[in-house]
Design a protein around this ligand. Structure first.
Ligand code: ADP
Ligand code: MG
Length: 364
């Protein structure tokens, strides 16, 4: 397996810049999820590594070797696609063996490798079937097996689970994670699903508009989002974001929003004062908010819009002026639409963002 290094990589399609000066390093044996909304440049990035697209600027190194000008077939990289791309008229055994046959590997060696991969992926009993005789999950395993037999330096996967139903997706998610652990493989995995990225990856590369927004372990991306985009993208329900102005009133610093104000704790006041202007955005996850039925000091008045029970947790959607805030509550609790409530914020877990730069202002 090998390390993959992106150095100031740029990809343009005509005048359009799809990947903008992206730099990051995937360690040997690491599982990195490239995650972001549709159109942010994930597939383009993956195709640059695979050699399906030319790099406009910058360089990509795999195992210390610059691959910009290498032919795709010489890159020693295997790709697993969303639509599996299996040959319909070949059996599973032939599908698995095909990349080796193309490389003129000796027949006994092909048989050995195919059977090894099939055993690992638990598809030995399917070897003589054709793709149409397999379920979606089984086809996905064959596609994975076809990458595996090549024993590549790097596995690239582009939304490999998005054609599966929800239950199977969760199961395959666990299988893929296990597959990575067993093989110690270097994997770059593209998904638009932040939960998939959070649960599977050693590191997340969060992209938006062709720009790498943050590259960190999932826990870090969740607890210390670099900017407003990452804060709103990672976590479900999304982080509540409330625009506010900073006002220093004789020593006490207030965040003042539409129809509410909040005296900031010393820690948050210090952050707010570091903003480039007087405008900030408060970021609070649903689990860091407490609902009160009666007026409470330093709690924000709001009105319940709707209540969503999910079983383990109930999500209360409350309106603060024109903004909706989501608060998780105990399912036992009685809350009704149009009820007046007060929202208390756990300031130890509150994030302060600079409204002008959109960056998070970390506490000292
Ligand atoms: N061949 C192409 N020509 C022009 N624009 C393209 C081409 N391929 C992709 N794009 C554009 O580049 C951006 C990134 O695309 P893509 O990498 O496929 O995004 P993702 O995989 O994150 O959904 C999109 O805006 C897309 O429309
Ligand atoms: Mg894509």
């Amino acid at each position: 397996m090998a390390q993959v290094e992106f150095r100031n990589v740029v990809k343009t399609y005509g005048a359009f810049e799809a990947v903008k000066d992206v730099s990051f390093t995937v360690g040997d044996g690491e599982f990195v999820a490239l995650v972001g909304p549709s159109g942010c440049g994930k597939t383009t990035t993956l195709n640059l590594i695979a050699g399906l697209l030319d790099i406009t600027n910058g360089e990509i190194n795999v195992g210390g070797r610059r691959i910009n000008d290498l032919d795709p077939k010489d890159r020693d990289i295997a790709m697993v696609f969303q639509n599996y791309a299996l040959y319909p008229n070949k059996t599973v055994r032939q599908n698995l063996g095909f990349p080796l046959k193309m490389r003129k590997v000796a027949k006994p060696e092909i048989t050995r490798k195919v059977e090894e991969a099939a055993a690992l992926l638990d598809i030995t009993h399917l070897l003589e079937r054709r793709p149409r005789e397999l379920s979606g999950g089984q086809q996905q395993r064959v596609a994975l097996g076809r990458a595996l037999v090549r024993d590549p330096q790097v596995f690239l996967m582009d939304e490999p689970l998005s054609n599966l139903d929800a239950k199977l997706r969760v199961q395959m998610r666990a299988e893929l994670k296990r597959f990575h652990q067993d093989l110690n493989a270097t994997v770059i995995y593209v998904t638009h699903d932040q939960l998939e990225a959070m649960t599977m990856a050693d590191k997340m590369a969060v992209m938006s508009g062709g720009v790498l927004q943050q590259y960190d372990a999932p826990e870090r991306v969740f607890s210390e989002p670099a900017n407003l985009f990452v804060a709103g993208f990672v976590g479900s329900p999304a982080m509540n974001l409330l625009p506010a102005s900073v006002e220093d009133r004789g020593g006490t610093v207030y965040a003042v929003g539409q129809g509410w104000e909040l005296p900031l704790s010393p820690r948050n006041a210090a952050c707010a004062k570091k903003a480039s202007g007087s405008e900030i955005v408060l970021g609070a996850r649903h689990s860091t908010l407490l609902l009160h039925d009666t007026e409470t000091p330093d709690a924000i008045p709001a009105k319940i819009y709707t209540v969503e029970p999910t079983g383990d947790l109930t999500y209360a959607h409350a309106e603060v002026d024109a903004k909706t805030i989501v608060i998780s509550t105990d399912p036992q609790r009685r809350i009704r639409a149009d009820q007046q409530v007060w929202i208390e914020i756990d300031q130890e877990r509150l994030h302060i963002f600079d409204a002008a730069t959109e960056e998070r202002i970390p506490p000292d």
